[in-house]
Write a protein that binds this ligand. Structure first.
Ligand SMILES: Nc1nc2c(ncn2[C@@H]2O[C@H](COP(=O)(O)OP(=O)(O)OP(=O)(O)O)[C@@H](O)[C@H]2O)c(=O)[nH]1
Length: 329
């Protein structure tokens, strides 16, 4: 007897994976220790039974049809844990949950030709629970990191970095798909005075309330709102032409007015108010869009100068001709 013949059963039983051999009638010929441990069925009880009957709960139909394909056509099969989590009812004790948990499995089924018993199949079962758990943990960590990198921690809105990325994409889409795009710059009026009088924590609360209120005015999934800077917000609204822009800006202003947050140091009103500047890219009118944010910013400046608590529109080409004029001078 050579080494392998002498020690094969010890080798099978030391493997950290399940080994089953079944014959052409699906009768079990081999059932190693790993399977005894994770199924609770001894090798003595398993051998001679069919794979469909040996477990108290039947194996999945995907497993049985893969096994039958291997037996009938000699085709090897792999059941990936991404599609089939637990084809066989196997369990292991989970220390952290203090209970038996179903094992996630990766299964390979290979044809074997054994002289005495004809066509057989070797089924290898490995435990992929740990790698799935690790993968899940990594995925959730990376989601948290991604969220942190794109979100403003005070208001929960997108941050400036995300806005910059999203703005480029939205503008590209507007140009390619030939639809208008409006940008709104929103700024809380006399916010320095609010902070100085009511304190920084109260100022933070106002920023959160204004952020929530502005967000509630958006209705399309393509609309986006970000915190642009300290007390400044920016909105991108694809498909909004300048005719509707003023109406929308007024809606934002009155939503913030309705919050009725007292601001005794404001010269605009007795409550917290916002000023808005906006501009629109219209594919039928404009070929140059690089000044869209500047135009909205200039409109905001105008709204502030005209007394705050109001919205101003700056046509994109006005800013362009204004710029060209400056260069000509
Ligand atoms: N509480 C709080 N305040 C902030 C935050 N970020 C910026 N600010 C404050 O926002 C204020 C902005 O002041 P200004 O730029 O002078 O503008 P303003 O007082 O709103 O005046 P106008 O815009 O001209 O109406 C400053 O006092 C900043 O300290 C923040 O995260 N929390």
């Amino acid at each position: 007897m050579n080494f392998v013949e002498q020690y094969q059963s010890k080798i099978f039983d030391s493997l950290n994976l399940g080994l089953i051999v079944v014959d052409a009638n699906e009768k079990i010929l081999l059932w190693n220790t790993w399977l005894e441990k994770h199924s609770g069925i001894t090798s003595e009880n398993a051998i001679g039974q069919t794979i469909a009957d040996v477990f108290p709960v039947a194996p999945s139909s995907a497993f049985l049809s893969a096994l039958r394909n291997t037996i009938n056509y000699g085709l090897p099969a792999v059941l990936s844990n991404a599609l089939h989590r637990s084809p066989l009812p196997l369990f292991s004790f989970d220390e952290s949950f203090k209970k038996q948990m179903a094992i996630h499995q990766s299964i390979t089924i290979s044809p074997l030709v054994a002289e005495e018993v004809g066509h057989c199949c070797l089924i290898q079962v490995s435990d992929s629970s740990t790698s799935i758990r690790r993968e899940k943990m990594l995925r959730s960590h990376s989601e948290v990191l991604k969220k942190d990198a794109t979100t403003d921690s005070l208001t929960g809105l997108y941050n400036r970095r995300f806005f910059d990325e999203h703005y480029k994409i939205s503008l590209g889409q507007a140009i390619r798909q030939k639809h208008p795009l409006s940008i709104f710059m929103v700024d809380i009026d006399y916010f320095k005075q609010y902070n100085d009088y009511y304190g920084h924590p109260a100022g933070d609360k106002v920023l959160m309330q204004v952020a929530t209120t502005l967000k509630a005015q958006l209705s399309r999934s393509s609309d986006m709102l970000a915190r642009y800077g300290g007390e400044e917000f920016v909105l991108i609204l694809p498909n909004m032409s300048n005719d509707h822009g003023m109406q929308f800006a007024q809606k934002l202003i009155s939503a913030v007015n309705q919050l009725a947050i007292p601001h005794l140091k404001s010269k605009a009103d007795k409550t917290i108010t916002i000023s808005i500047g906006f501009s629109t890219y219209d594919p039928n009118q404009h070929r140059e869009v690089s000044t869209l944010i500047d135009a909205a910013d200039t409109a905001l400046y105008k709204a502030k100068q005209q007394g705050r608590n109001q919205a101003c529109f700056m046509p994109l080409d006005t800013l362009l001709s204004h710029r060209l004029q400056i260069h000509a001078d």
